[in-house]
Design a protein around this ligand. Structure first.
Ligand SMILES: Cc1cc2nc3c(=O)[nH]c(=O)nc-3n(C[C@H](O)[C@H](O)[C@H](O)COP(=O)(O)O)c2cc1C
Ligand SMILES: [Fe+2]
Ligand SMILES: [Fe+2]
Length: 397
C-alpha cells in the first residue's frame, strides 16, 4: 500500500510490504510476505516510530512527505528496535531531516554506532522517561531481550497506543487491511505464532517480564512493527502472547518424521490414525524433509503433544529430523508430552538420538519408544498403539 493510513487523529501507519524477500533473517520462508510497520505522529513536534528495511525506502519516504508536505520536518526518530528490518532507513532519515534526533536507550546508542557509525544527534531515554510532542506524550518502557538487548516499547499516553516493536507482530504482508477488524485474523494468527515461535519464543521469560511491566497500562491500540494493528481487540493479541510465553498449549498432536523409503512414515500414519480413533481432532503430520521447520515449531508451540520419528542415518538422526530437534532445543520449548518411534536396518542411530534429545528437554514421555527393523511388524505396531493411547490419556487428563 502506498498511502498512509490513519491510526488516530494525528497518528499514521506508514508501513511498507515486502513480497520480494524469500527468507526473513535469511532463514524463515516468507511465502505470504511481511510488512515493516512504521508510524508517524504529526504533532507540534513530529515523531517517527521505527523505520523500514532498506529495500523499501522509497515508498516509505514518499508517505512521510505526503503527510508532512514541504515545510514540516521530522523532529524525532524513536528507535524501539535496532534489527535492520526496522533500523535500515535511519541513515537515510538523518539525510532527509538533518535536525532529526534519534531517540533510544543506552543499548540502542551502542548499536547505532556499531551498525551505522552514528554517534551524533542522539537523545538518550531511560525506563519510564516521557517525550513531549505537544498534544502527545510518549512514555518509554525498556523491555530488554524481547528479542534483542535494546528492545523497548513506546506508549502514547494521549491516544493510548502501544508501539510494541516486534512483540505482537508476525509474518504476512498487509494486503489492503491494516487493522485487526479489517482482516481475517485466522490467517494472521498463524503467521504471528510462526514469528513468535521462531524468533521471540526463546525469550519467553523476557516476554513475561515485559507483560508484567505493561500490566495496568490502559492500551487501546497495539501497534507492532509487523502484521496487523490491533484496535478492535488489543487484549486478544496480548493474551495470545501471554499464553505462548507461558508455554500453554491446546489439545492436539504434532507428528514429525524423517523417512527415506516410507517405513518410518508408515508408523507415523499408523499412530495418527490411532490418535484419531481416540478422539484427537487436531493432528498435524509432517515430513521433516518437506515442510520448513518454522511451520513445524509453530504448531508445536500450539499443541501439547509431540511425536517424533526418525530412521537411522549414518549412525545418527535423519538430517531433516536433526534440524527439527536442533530448532526445538534452541527455542527451549517447555511442557510438552513426547512419544518416539523410528526405524533402522543394522546398528541404529535414529531412536537413540531422539531418546538423548528427550533426556535434555525433560519433556514428559508417553509409551515405550519403538524402533522397527526395516519394515514395521505387528509388535512394532502394538507399541505404536501404546504411544497413541498414552498420549491421548495425557491430553485428555
Ligand atoms: C544413507 C543411509 C544411511 C543409513 N544409516 C544407517 C545406520 O547408521 N544405522 C542403521 O541401523 N540403519 C541405517 N540405514 C538404514 C535405514 O535407517 C533403514 O533402512 C530404515 O528402515 C529406513 O527407514 P525409511 O524407510 O523410513 O526410510 C541407512 C540408510 C541409508 C540409505
Ligand atoms: Fe527483531
Ligand atoms: Fe522485526
Amino acid at each position: 500500500m502506498n498511502q498512509p493510513v490513519k491510526v488516530s487523529e494525528k497518528v499514521y501507519w506508514i508501513g511498507v510490504n515486502d513480497r520480494e524477500t524469500a527468507l526473513f533473517e535469511n532463514l524463515w520462508p516468507l511465502d505470504k510476505g511481511v510488512a515493516y510497520n512504521s508510524y508517524l505522529i504529526n504533532d507540534e513536534k513530529v515523531a517517527l516510530i521505527d523505520t523500514v528495511k532498506i529495500n523499501k525506502m522509497d515508498t516509505y519516504f514518499e508517505k512521510i512527505q505526503e503527510i508532512l508536505g514541504e515545510n514540516k520536518e521530522v523532529d524525532y526518530l524513536i528507535v524501539n528496535h535496532m534489527e535492520p528490518d526496522h533500523s535500515g532507513a535511519i541513515k537515510e532519515a538523518m539525510h532527509y531531516f538533518p535536525n532529526i534526533k534519534i531517540v533510544g536507550n543506552q543499548k540502542t546508542l551502542e548499536m547505532l554506532e556499531a551498525f551505522y557509525g552514528i554517534t551524533d544527534n542522539f537523545y538518550l531515554v531511560k525506563d519510564g522517561d516521557v517525550l513531549d510532542l505537544g498534544e502527545h506524550k510518549l512514555r518509554f518502557y525498556l523491555t530488554p531481550m524481547v528479542h534483542w538487548p535494546e528492545t523497548m516499547m513506546s506508549y502514547d499516553e494521549t491516544d493510548k497506543i502501544l508501539f510494541s516493536m516486534d512483540a505482537f507482530g508476525g509474518f504476512g504482508s498487509l494486503d489492503g487491511g491494516v487493522f485487526d477488524d479489517e482482516v481475517n485474523l485466522e490467517f494472521y494468527e498463524d503467521e504471528i505464532r510462526r514469528y513468535f515461535s521462531n524468533i521471540v519464543g526463546k525469550f519467553s521469560m523476557m516476554v513475561q517480564n515485559a507483560l508484567k511491566k505493561l500490566q495496568g497500562l490502559d492500551i487501546s491500540i497495539v501497534a507492532p512493527t509487523h502484521g496487523p494493528v490491533w484496535r478492535e481487540n488489543p487484549q486478544h493479541i496480548i493474551s495470545l502472547y501471554d499464553k505462548w510465553s507461558r508455554y500453554e498449549a491446546e489439545e492436539g498432536v504434532v507428528i514429525v518424521y524423517g523417512s527415506m523409503y516410507g517405513n518410518t512414515e508408515r508408523m507415523a500414519d499408523f499412530i495418527a490414525r490411532k490418535l484419531s480413533e481416540k478422539g484427537i481432532t487436531n493432528i498435524r503430520l509432517y515430513d521433516a524433509s518437506k515442510t520448513h521447520v518454522s511451520y513445524i515449531i509453530s504448531d508445536m508451540w500450539r499443541f501439547k503433544g509431540v511425536i517424533l520419528g526418525s530412521c537411522a542415518y549414518n549412525s545418527g538422526l535423519f538430517p531433516s529430523m536433526q534440524t527439527v530437534i536442533n530448532k526445538i532445543e534452541n527455542s527451549a520449548l517447555k511442557n510438552r508430552v513426547l512419544g518416539i518411534f523410528g526405524n533402522y536396518s543394522w546398528s541404529g542411530g535414529g531412536v537413540v538420538n531422539l531418546e538423548a534429545f528427550a533426556d535434555k528437554m525433560k519433556w514428559e514421555r508417553v509409551g515405550e519408544s519403538v524402533e522397527a527393523k526395516s519394515s514395521p511388524k505387528a509388535e512394532d505396531f502394538k507399541k505404536c498403539v501404546n504411544i497413541a493411547e498414552e498420549m491421548v490419556k495425557k491430553l485428555k487428563a
